[in-house]
Design a binder for this molecule. Structure first.
Ligand SMILES: *Cc1c(COP(=O)(O)O)cnc(C)c1O
Length: 393
């Protein structure tokens, strides 16, 4: 079994080790294992915030001539760094929930009207399921809930308009074969909207090469953009005109400041915005992307695979004899950046770990404890300490 000194040796050899120094870390003695839920602040955000407040102070509305393009500029940077997306296809704005609403409605409007089903997996993230329920109710469509992501993809047929899938499942950490599933759904004549919230910043993503048309995701998890940071929306260039999003706001309007009587969508990805973007939030997202860009997704993924592998080895040795099962797939190619383990009393264990300031994990009903490892700041020794602490409860 790996010992604590083995973890220390892995840290000494870790090419990403120095990135930990670029984050403001909590003084709590607890090991933070929830960066997949909310990443800590990059140190650089203080200067970026101060500069933005300065710009706001001095230039007031005059700053909008620069700010108006910021959601597209940061979108391009995110696309190049993390999404395999050429410029002009990603916008940073709104929340993942709202972007999902836009993308799913656009996908439905782009489909043949005889297609009346919206498909989702039962273990999909709650906001995704609720958004689809509301869209199905508003449009009098059929909401189809499959047992798993694989079953959902299999359920796509001649009646399906759209399916929503996560690249990495927020509970189990299972990683989908995005290009293969995308090809299957498109072959069935349906659209797929990918939710990349638990994948972006930790998994190599190639949206252009994978022929993805629509994707959304969060920036406050592995990208460390801050609580409630604006989300992103990707629309493949070839589909930006064919598909139209339903929230007609003045930031998506052609000639915005002409204030015309009639809505006319702007060209390209700009039309996928609705209202005034959150500039301070977008600046902080840019700071998070900058760190990922310097580290490189390939190096981040390599370390992430090693972190989870160490956690699984330790879980097999320390936790399996105590009644825990590993939920996360064992094949590194089939999983994301967090470990999910299950035991009937996981809720209480999670509360005790937090109360005793040992580990900050999170609990997902009914019986899953998640340990999230963020390669830019999680050390191998943190993985060791987190799993060892669970074993003591
Ligand atoms: C975190 C997460 C969300 C959150 O959506 P918000 O609109 O930011 O609250 C949505 N989907 C998935 C898969 C997530 O992991």
């Amino acid at each position: 079994m790996p010992q604590r000194e083995d973890a220390v040796a892995l840290d000494a050899a870790d090419p990403l080790a120095s990135f930990r120094d670029e984050f403001a870390l909590s003084p709590s003695p607890a090991t933070y294992a929830d960066g997949n839920s909310l990443g800590p602040p990059p140190l650089g955000v203080r200067a970026r915030l101060a500069a933005t407040v300065e710009e706001w102070t001095n230039d007031l509305t005059g700053a909008w001539k620069r700010w108006v393009d910021l959601p597209l500029e940061v979108g391009d940077r995110l696309g190049a760094t993390c999404l395999g997306a050429a410029a002009g296809q990603v916008v940073v704005c709104d929340s993942t929930s709202v972007n999902l609403f836009k993308a799913v409605n656009a996908a439905i409007d782009g489909c043949d009207a005889t297609r009346h089903e919206i498909v989702v997996a039962a273990d999909e993230f709650p906001t995704d399921r609720y958004m689809l329920q509301s869209i199905a109710a508003q449009r009098e469509m059929t909401y189809v809930m499959a047992d798993s992501a694989a079953a959902a993809a299999d359920a796509c047929g001649p009646s399906t308009a759209v399916i929503v899938l996560s690249a990495v499942n927020y509970r189990s950490g299972e990683l989908c074969d995005v290009p293969a599933v995308t090809a299957r759904v498109h072959a069935a004549g349906a659209e797929v909207v990918w939710d990349l919230s638990h994948a972006v910043g930790v998994i190599p993503i190639e949206l252009d090469a994978w022929d993805v048309r629509l994707a959304v995701g969060c920036t406050y998890k592995y990208l460390n953009g801050g609580p409630g940071a604006p989300a992103f929306l990707y629309v493949a260039r070839d589909h930006q005109t064919r598909l139209q999003q339903p929230l007609w706001g003045w930031f998506g309007q052609r000639d915005q400041f002409e204030m015309g009587a009639q809505y006319e969508p702007a060209a390209g990805i700009r039309s996928w915005m609705a209202g005034t973007p959150n500039i301070i939030g977008t600046v902080l997202v840019d700071e998070g992307i900058g760190i990922v860009a310097r580290a490189g997704i390939a190096a981040i993924r390599a370390k992430s695979e090693q972190l989870v592998a160490l956690a699984i080895d330790l879980a097999d040795e320390l936790l399996a004899p105590r009644g825990w099962t590993v939920v996360t797939p064992r094949n590194p190619a089939s999983r994301g950046g967090h470990l999910a383990i299950a035991r009937a009393d996981a809720r209480n264990v999670c509360a005790t770990l937090i109360d005793k300031a040992l580990v900050i994990p999170d609990f997902r009903t009914p019986d899953v404890l998640r340990l999230g490892f963020s390669p830019l700041m999680t050390r191998f020794v943190d993985v060791y300490d987190a799993v060892a602490a669970v074993a003591t409860i």
